[in-house]
Design a protein around this ligand. Structure first.
Ligand code: NAD
Length: 300
């Protein structure tokens, strides 16, 4: 039974996910690179705060990582050092690179530490309610061991293959989300130039075959409202498209549309600068079109 969990990465997703574990009765030891973030979590939500990754994993029988990229995960694992004891289960929940995660799993196998990848979909709202979709990669026994912990955070748990398979699945899911967002914004811009009301267009799309997660949960809420604060970073979405292209290259799959999509998201990161929400991506298309969505028809 996994009871004491070191939770590394108390960010937009990590905070509400770790809070679900505290609520479910697990002993949570929080750790984050930003000074005092873990301390604030322990103060406001519960559990304990650790000063660094090594202190967090000491005495834990499971470790959860949910960090921006696999590079951050590798750094955190290095920082854990010998404090990461044999028998510990590492549950890597970042949207990371399958190849990098396999490398981490191989390097830890000799030390008796099992690794599974368990990236998530559903964003901050589903993280708060514990209704994430979790895509699992790893040995069946290790996945089964993690299940009671994951059930506190997600309602849809799908074991899709060996280590890295969950992250491949997640990257491909987000590639579709990224492409659906972009094509939807272009359609709204074309429609607005034609004289259609973009908010009304979103309503029509949501009752028609053009509907996707962006038309349902992003365009009115974060683009037409000009809030651009969905809680998922622009750089993270660009990274997900890059991971999807890495999988395409590794499998020798031609993916020209996906490549264009990745280039556009990477361009938006360069154009708009660091720290933007992914919904600010609309501003790249707006600048290319010389047209701002919403105009007099902004929707709160
Ligand atoms: P975030 O940037 O809000 O949080 C990441 C946290 O990790 C930060 O608090 C940062 O200080 C911390 N961190 C970085 N390096 C660290 C280290 N070495 N040790 C300890 N802490 C460290 O990111 P997020 O939005 O929470 O996303 C995390 C992961 O989940 C990403 O891979 C992202 O793609 C994925 N994801 C995010 C969402 C979302 O809606 N935000 C949804 C699904 C998946």
């Amino acid at each position: 039974m996994l009871s004491r969990i070191a939770f590394i990465g108390i960010g937009n997703m990590g905070w509400p996910m770790a809070a679900r574990l505290v609520g479910a009765g697990f002993e949570v030891v929080a750790c984050d690179a930003v000074p005092d973030r873990a301390g604030r979590f322990a103060g406001e939500v519960g559990g304990e705060a650790a000063a660094d990754a090594a202190a967090a994993v000491r005495g834990a029988n499971a470790v959860i990582t949910i960090l921006p990229t696999s590079k951050h995960v590798a750094e955190a694992v290095t920082a854990m050092g010998d404090a990461l004891a044999s028998g510990t289960l590492l549950i890597e929940m970042s949207s990371g690179s399958p190849t990098a995660t396999r490398g981490i799993a191989e390097s830890l196998a000799g030390r008796g530490v099992a690794v599974i990848d368990a990236p998530v979909s559903g964003g901050v709202p589903k993280a708060k309610t514990g209704e994430l979709a979790i895509m699992l990669g790893g040995e069946a026994a290790a996945v089964a061991r993690a299940e009671p912990v994951l059930r506190a955070m997600g309602t849809s748990l799908t074991h899709v293959g060996g280590v890295g398979a969950g992250q491949a699945m997640k990257a491909l899911n987000n590639l579709m989300g990224a492409a659906g967002f972009l094509i939807g914004i272009e359609a709204l811009l074309i429609g607005q130039r034609f004289g259609l009301d973009p908010a009304l267009m979103v309503d029509v799309l949501n009752a028609s075959t053009g509907m996707n997660s962006s038309t349902q949960r992003k365009f009115k809420q974060f683009v037409l409202s000009r809030r651009f604060d969905a809680g998922f970073g622009l750089e993270l979405m660009a990274k997900d498209c890059s991971v999807a292209m890495e999988v395409a290259r590794d499998t020798a799959t031609p993916a020209p549309f996906a490549a264009l999509c990745r280039e556009m998201w990477a361009s938006a990161v360069a154009l708009l600068g660091p720290g933007q929400d992914h919904t600010a991506m609309a501003q790249l298309s707006e600048r290319l079109a010389g047209e701002t969505l919403g105009g007099g028809n902004r929707v709160a």
